[in-house]
Write a protein that binds this ligand. Structure first.
Ligand SMILES: *Cc1c(COP(=O)(O)O)cnc(C)c1O
Length: 361
């Protein structure tokens, strides 16, 4: 048990971050986005930590079904909609609210015999060019849907921001104005902002906002830290120091020998690797914290181990816990050193990691 890496999940941080959403978007209801296993935190752990949200948004029907099976009663939004008739039937029985983003969905809904009318959200493609209808088709689509017995008039509009991670990008305002200017947008619920939209643009705060990453305590903006945005990390990833080696000047460390000891020095081996979700591409110098010291990663990341330079932390001993990210080590910094984004690191935390839940006072 104690030998495995552990992901500490702080429920107080979940609640705090949701409160930050409420403060930034006081007039919006909140879909807490918990797709991809709650951004790696666990679907049901995230649902529990964020139980004060107005609803949950997931990518796929099976994620919505898992929430219903666990007794979650709130509105659930299916961001990618459904693919086939069977899924539409399931979604309808479980009162999931699918996004309608292509004409195929109109055909499925036209033929569907649903017991209670579904609430659906029409996706407007305002510039992301991934899913959605072109703005000029939206009025017709909405009216067609509202005439269907399977929908019963319950239609909202939704769009997704492409560049909200950059506060100076003019596309975001343009996207907001495009969807707000549609005749169909008046009198119907509207959902625009992701985390970047919530914190950066009042125009993106429609009737419903859809924050994801900020709820986990990560800044949605390139160039600001979670702390600067007032957010607190939910996950702290830790692993034990499993060995301390005293190596000689010139010794090469790890696969490929990419790191050579410049002098006789202590090297720590920590029991976590890419098999646990630690990024294999983390560069030399990526920060790791042991006790009150920050030490740099050296050599290549292995499947179950990493190595660190312990010259700045002479007092540590085998069995001490090292922090890879979270409290004291911003996951954004680790992601930057690995050439990726915090979203990917969080999503990739493997099942073999022990998850422990707590709440800071
Ligand atoms: C993932 C997702 C979100 C949440 O985005 P964050 O950047 O994590 O806040 C919102 N809307 C849609 C459609 C998404 O796919």
């Amino acid at each position: 048990m104690a030998f495995a890496p552990r992901a500490l999940i702080d429920h107080a941080a979940f609640r705090h971050n949701l409160h930050c959403v409420r403060r930034a978007a006081p007039h919006s209801r909140v879909w807490a986005v918990i797709k991809a296993n709650g951004y790696g935190h666990g679907l049901l752990r995230a649902a529990k930590g964020l139980e004060a949200a107005d609803g949950f948004a997931v990518a796929r029907p099976d994620e919505g079904m898992a929430l219903r099976e666990a007794g979650v009663d709130k509105p659930i939004l299916l961001l990618e909609g459904v693919l086939r008739g069977e899924e539409l039937a399931l979604a309808s029985a479980a009162r999931l609210q699918p996004v309608v983003h292509q004409r195929r969905h109109l055909d499925l809904l036209q033929g569907a015999a649903t017991a209670t009318p579904l609430t659906v959200w029409v996706k407007v493609d305002t510039g992301m060019h991934r899913l959605g209808f072109p703005p000029k088709e939206v009025d017709e689509v909405v009216h067609r849907l509202e005439s269907m017995p399977s929908v019963g008039g319950k239609v909202g509009l939704i769009t997704h921001l492409a560049n909200a991670d950059d506060r100076s990008d003019p596309l975001t305002l343009h996207q907001c104005e495009m969807v707000r200017g549609l005749p169909a947008a008046s009198g119907r619920p509207l959902s625009i902002g992701n985390s970047g939209g919530v914190l950066g643009w009042p125009e993106a705060q429609g009737d419903w906002v859809r924050p994801g990453i900020m709820l986990y305590g990560v800044s949605p903006f390139t160039g600001t830290s979670a702390e600067q945005e007032g957010l607190r990390p939910v996950m702290t990833l830790q692993a034990p120091l499993i060995a301390v080696r005293r190596l000689e000047a010139g010794d090469a460390v790890g696969y490929g020998g990419s790191y050579r000891c410049p002098e006789a020095m202590p090297v720590g081996v920590i029991g976590i690797g890419y098999g646990d979700g630690y990024p294999r591409h983390a560069a030399e110098g990526t920060p790791v914290r042991i006790g009150d010291r920050e030490v740099p990663l050296i050599g290549r990341v292995s499947m179950d181990m990493i190595t660190v330079d312990l010259r700045r932390a002479p007092k540590v001993s085998v069995g001490d816990w090292a922090t890879l990210w979270g409290e004291g080590v911003p996951v954004e910094h680790v992601a930057a050193r690995a050439g990726t984004i915090a979203y990917e690191l969080l999503c990739n935390v493997a099942e073999r990691v022990d998850f422990l839940e707590y709440a800071t006072p």
